[in-house]
Design a protein around this ligand. Structure first.
Ligand code: MG
Length: 251
C-alpha cells in the first residue's frame, strides 16, 4: 500500500502516539543496565503500553512474536527479546519499537551503549548513525524524492566509512507499519518516487563497523552482520511539510 497524505486527525493521532513512543524509548534507555535480559526490557515496554492503553504494531506482524525488537552488538535489527539473552557491559543495544494509537502507527529506534563503552569506535558508531538519521531528515521537504533522502543518509555513513546495510530500508508509515515506498539508506539524488507534504515516512539508517553483508538467524527474524561487526540503528517517523519535516517520534 502506497503511503497516503494523512488527514489532520490522523496526523494528530501520530503526534500523540509518537510522543508516547519517544517517552517509552527514553525510559528503556534509562532502565537499561548490564545484567538485564532483553526480555526484561520488553516487559518494561509492555507495562508502559498498558499504562497508555495502546498497542504495539510489531506483535504478530508477519508472525513476529514480541512487542519490540531488541538487537545486540552484531545483531542489526529484528532481534526477538529472550530471557536468556543477557546484556553485557559495553554492548550496543538497539531498541526498535512502534505504537498503534487511534488506529495510526509510528515507528522509531535508538541504539544505546549499556554501561561503559568498551571501545571509542562503538560510541562513534552510535553517534554517527544518529547523525545520518538527522541528515536524512534534513533532506526532507515537499516533493522530495526517496533518492534525495537516501543519498543524504549514504553520504553521512560513507564519510564515516561504515558498512551500509542495503537489504533493510525505511518506509512509509501510518495506517500500516510498512507502507510504500521504500526509503533506502543509499541512493542517488533526483531518483525514486516523489513524496508529498502530509505523507508520513520512517527514515532508519543501519550501519556496521565492517561489511554491509547480513544474514538471518535460525529464529527466522534476527538480522546479523556476516562478519560479526557491531551495528547501530536509529529511526524516526516524520511528517513531510512544505519546507522540511516534523519529527513525530520525539519527546
Ligand atoms: Mg521501521
Amino acid at each position: 500500500m502506497m503511503t497516503r497524505v494523512k488527514t489532520p486527525a490522523e496526523i494528530a493521532a501520530m503526534r500523540e502516539g509518537g510522543k508516547m513512543l519517544a517517552t517509552i524509548l527514553q525510559l528503556l534507555k534509562q532502565e537499561l543496565q548490564p545484567g538485564m535480559s532483553t526480555k526484561d526490557l520488553s516487559l518494561i515496554a509492555a507495562r508502559e503500553l498498558e499504562k497508555y492503553g495502546v498497542e504495539s504494531p510489531f506483535l504478530g506482524y508477519q508472525g513476529f512474536p514480541d512487542i519490540i525488537c531488541i538487537s545486540v552488538n552484531d545483531e542489526v535489527v529484528h532481534g526477538i527479546p529472550r530471557p536468556d539473552k543477557i546484556i553485557n557491559d559495553g554492548d550496543i543495544v538497539s531498541l526498535d519499537f512502534g505504537i498503534k494509537h487511534k488506529g495510526m502507527i509510528t515507528d522509531a529506534a535508538i541504539s544505546v551503549i549499556a554501561g561503559t563503552a568498551k571501545q571509542k569506535r562503538h560510541v562513534q558508531l552510535v553517534q554517527r548513525t544518529e547523525q545520518a538519521l538527522t541528515a536524512g531528515i534534513m533532506a526532507v521537504h515537499n516533493r522530495v524524492r526517496a533518492g534525495d533522502i537516501a543519498a543524504a543518509v549514504q553520504a553521512e555513513l560513507e564519510h564515516a566509512k561504515y558498512g551500509i546495510v542495503e537489504d533493510l530500508v525505511g518506509h512509509g508509515v501510518g495506517h500500516q507499519l510498512h507502507e510504500d515506498p521504500n526509503i533506502p539508506n543509499f541512493g542517488r539524488p533526483n531518483t525514486g518516487p516523489w513524496l508529498d507534504k502530509g505523507m508520513t515516512i520512517a527514515i532508519e539508517p543501519m550501519a556496521t563497523l565492517g561489511s554491509e553483508r547480513v544474514y538471518v538467524a535460525e529464529d527466522e527474524w534476527t538480522v546479523l552482520t556476516y562478519d560479526g561487526s557491531w551495528a547501530a540503528h536509529f529511526e524516526h517517523s516524520v511528517l513531510i511539510t512544505e519546507d522540511g519535516a516534523e519529527i513525530l517520534t520525539s519527546l
